[in-house]
Design a protein around this ligand. Structure first.
Ligand SMILES: [Zn+2]
Ligand SMILES: [Zn+2]
Length: 344
């Protein structure tokens, strides 16, 4: 048996530390000894029952993790006991559809992820299909390696699903962990000016945004975002990334984008909302959703993390043992830390 952070019912605060069985692995799985697992905004949403996706309970939370291979299944060839790895999040995909067969398995209609469809890594051990694993260098500690997943989300949104050229005016709305990492990826891609938009409650996150490369931060509750953007370029922004956890800011994004510009939406929201969609047509805007990530993106973000190019330590505000999960979640929920990391 092992202790695990379990989401057990679809109601607020239905999460507790429970004893569960150590998983038994199949022929093509490995058993991973979890070295570190970071808390995602989505874990916090599940804990408060404010998530926008289907969750099967009971389920062990945690999909951002790194660790050491403790046991390998019968047909696993590429990994051995003792290997240091991070794991992708698509715990289950069909393997047969055109998306799976072309490497876009993150979009497989049968995809199930760790922590909401399949038991995740907020435990000592987690069962992982070997195809999900990436080796990590010894120079990359587990506490940083576990951040590969949100890095991959941000890289996919800004560097695969959007196009940024040096000198592009880029706006990121929503300075949560994903928004901040999107801003960092944009900065690495050459965005300048780079504007991060938040609310007054985001004040501590604005400092982090500047550390990560934002040239301007705007409190949308106090300042006129549109005036700031048009002061820099009267036509508007080349790219607006909506990383907020709400639907409404899409309206703002469509207004801020320049004619022939791009809007990329990476934040989820449970609220359907009516917005003026006409600027999309009138300005010939490319509106793009961005979901998850795939193999080449992971290889790239492991490199970025290992080179410390994304300032990953800037977003981690708390490290706690598994027993400290409640405070780690609460601190993120209350905005006291951007991201917490658990060490099982
Ligand atoms: Zn996540
Ligand atoms: Zn498939």
């Amino acid at each position: 048996m092992q202790a695990a952070v379990v989401h057990y019912a679809l109601e607020p605060l239905a999460v507790e530390l429970r004893e569960v069985a150590v998983p038994e692995i199949g022929a093509d799985d490995v058993l991973l000894r979890v070295g570190a697992v970071s808390v995602c905004g989505s874990d916090v949403h599940q804990a408060y029952n404010t998530h926008s996706w289907r969750v099967s309970v009971p389920v062990v939370l945690g999909h951002e993790f790194a660790g050491t291979v403790a046991e390998v299944g019968r047909v696993v060839k590429c990994f051995r006991e003792g290997d240091r790895v991070v794991s992708e999040t698509a715990a289950e995909v069909c393997g047969d559809c055109v998306l799976c067969r072309t490497g876009r398995y993150n979009l497989c209609p049968h995809r199930k992820g760790f922590g909401y469809g399949i038991d995740g890594a907020m435990a000592s051990y987690v069962k992982v299909p070997a195809r999900c694993l990436h080796r990590i260098p010894d120079s990359l500690p587990f506490e940083l390696a576990c951040l590969a997943e949100p890095h991959a989300v941000a890289f996919n949104a800004m560097c695969v699903n959007s196009m940024i050229r040096p000198g592009d005016l880029v706006v990121v709305v929503g300075p949560g962990p994903i928004g901040l990492l999107c801003a960092r990826m944009a900065a690495l891609a050459g965005a300048n000016p780079l504007i991060v938009v938040g609310l007054s409650s985001d004040a501590p996150r604005f400092e982090t945004a500047v550390r990560l490369g934002a040239t301007h931060v705007v409190d949308a509750g106090r300042d006129d975002v549109e005036a700031v953007v048009r002061g820099l370029n009267p036509l508007g922004a080349d790219l607006v990334c909506d990383a907020s956890g709400a639907s409404r800011p899409l309206d703002l994004a469509l207004r801020l984008a320049r004619p022939d510009g791009q809007v990329t939406k990476v934040g989820w929201s449970p609220d359907p909302v009516a917005i003026d969609i006409n600027p999309l047509v009138q300005k010939n805007i490319r509106l793009q959703g961005s979901f998850s990530h795939n193999f080449p993106i992971w290889e790239r973000v492991i490199h970025l993390l290992d080179r410390r190019l994304t300032c990953p330590e800037a977003i981690v505000g708390m490290t706690a043992p598994l027993e400290g999960w409640r405070e780690a979640f609460t601190a993120m929920h209350e905005g006291r830390v951007i991201k917490s990391v658990l060490i099982p």
